[in-house]
Ligand binder design. Structure first.
Ligand code: ATP
Ligand code: MG
Length: 402
């Protein structure tokens, strides 16, 4: 096999001074986790880059396919390795350029010589490798400014490393390097995208979903499970907390005026989410709200919803247009799941004219006439917890026996 390892260049973490070591370790753990099916990978993490050893073709193919969605990676390259002698380097360069032999292309040789004991100077290596390739390959010509292929030759202490491709990574920071949050996950288009954007910033997520059977169906819950599962491909397991919400929704409907229904429902959801957040030790809540998108997402509504807690509520989509959100949902693979037509709990009792500018005093006044706390406690206590990806579930089921 031509390629012996994959070289990874870090994303933003290179700028993070003191925490850099933790970031790098987290990235290494995430890669090991995402590719655990490939057997034990040998990963060498250095200060400014990481190397994954390749043992077979399958590893190479799976890594090339999935690395582009691992957060914390700026770019990566397959690398060929040989002994540090000019003949071997020229032959390996030829093997790499053989891959382009059916095309007329321009190239340049870029040399980095960190092993100063190597008997050839940078310029000499460039000339020897470039000249050799030109002589043997009529399809190649040199363009130093804007080549189709940049063949990079690195002379290091251990060996010579050659590469010709730089593939862009997902950027961002390794999931888990920036703490944990709780995502309010509906079956809609927005909240999975919000979760994805937080993961991109290195945040680990648990998800919480409010479920109101029989008003919302088993399929609507399955859809949310599928979404949680889909998000795990960005580098971590996700736990989903499913809250039995029917009892509370009926109670809210029976006790507050119709135009307040939506605001109170949202406030109670937020209270429950905040309690779960506290239990699991997460630091913030995340929603898929976007300013002005619907009645519950005006500044007045958001203020009324926010008022139930001091916990930061992160809304990564607040300034996004729906079309921008849809585009991301399509790119990350959640869109097709989200558009399946099942009811969300929030739509089942929605009045025709919800208040877009709820008065918080009036909301608080109506809510104060009912004791919701006991119901809230019960909903939190009776939640069901699922872990994704699915293969983890068996382990969870039997955890109490271990
Ligand atoms: P989404 O597409 O995420 O459902 P939306 O534009 O449909 O968003 P709403 O239905 O008003 O807007 O929901 C706003 C936010 O409230 C959602 O993004 C989500 O974070 C949260 N949310 C709504 N319904 C639920 C639910 N049943 N369980 C958990 N969170 C929910
Ligand atoms: Mg929704």
């Amino acid at each position: 096999m031509l390629w012996k390892e994959i070289l990874i260049r870090y994303g933003e973490l290179t700028t993070k001074g003191r925490n850099r070591k933790d970031f790098i370790q987290q990235l290494k753990r995430n890669i090991k986790y995402i590719f655990s099916d490939l057997g034990s990978l040998t990963i060498r993490a250095e200060r400014d880059r990481m190397h994954i050893e390749l043992n077979n073709e399958e590893q190479f193919e799976v890594l090339m396919e999935k690395l582009p969605r691992v957060f914390g990676i700026q770019s990566f390259s397959p690398v060929a390795i040989c002994e540090k002698d000019m003949g071997s380097i020229q032959q390996l360069a030829q093997k790499i350029m053989d891959r382009y032999k059916d095309q007329q292309i321009t190239f340049k040789v870029e040399v980095h010589r960190s092993d100063k004991s190597f008997p050839y100077q940078t310029y000499d290596i460039q000339k020897a490798v470039g000249g050799y390739l030109l002589k043997n390959n009529p399809n190649l010509s040199v363009d130093v400014k804007n080549p189709d292929v940049e063949l990079r030759v690195e002379i290091r202490k251990e060996a010579a490393y050659l590469m010709s491709e730089v593939i862009y990574g997902a950027g961002g920071m390794p999931v888990g390097s920036n703490g944990k949050t709780l995502l309010l996950l509906s079956g809609g288009i927005d909240s999975p995208v919000a979760g994805y954007l937080m993961m991109k910033r290195g945040v680990r997520i648990d998800a919480i979903h409010f479920y109101s059977p029989p008003y919302t169906s088993e399929q609507s819950l399955q859809k949310v499970k599928d979404l949680a599962n889909e998000l795990t491909k960005f580098g971590s397991t996700i736990r989903l907390h499913v809250i039995p919400f029917t009892e509370l929704q009926v109670l809210i409907k029976d006790t507050v005026p119709p135009e307040m229904l939506m605001t109170t429902t949202r406030r109670i959801m937020m209270k429950i989410a905040d309690k779960v957040r506290e239990e699991i030790g997460a630091l913030a809540l995340v929603t898929g709200e976007s300013l002005g998108q619907v009645a519950s997402q005006t500044l007045e509504s958001l203020t009324a919803i926010n008022a139930v807690t001091n916990t930061p509520i992160l809304r990564p989509l607040i300034s996004f247009d729906k079309l921008e959100i849809i585009k991301i949902a399509q790119q990350i693979g959640t869109y097709e799941i989200s558009i399946k037509p099942y009811e969300d709990c929030c739509t089942i009792f929605t009045p025709a004219n919800p208040k877009t500018k709820p008065k918080i005093e009036r909301v608080v006044h109506f809510e104060s006439q009912t004791d919701f706390d006991e119901y809230i406690e019960r909903a939190v206590k009776n939640r069901e917890i699922y872990t994704f990806p699915e293969k983890q579930q068996t382990a969870d089921k039997f955890k109490h026996l271990l």
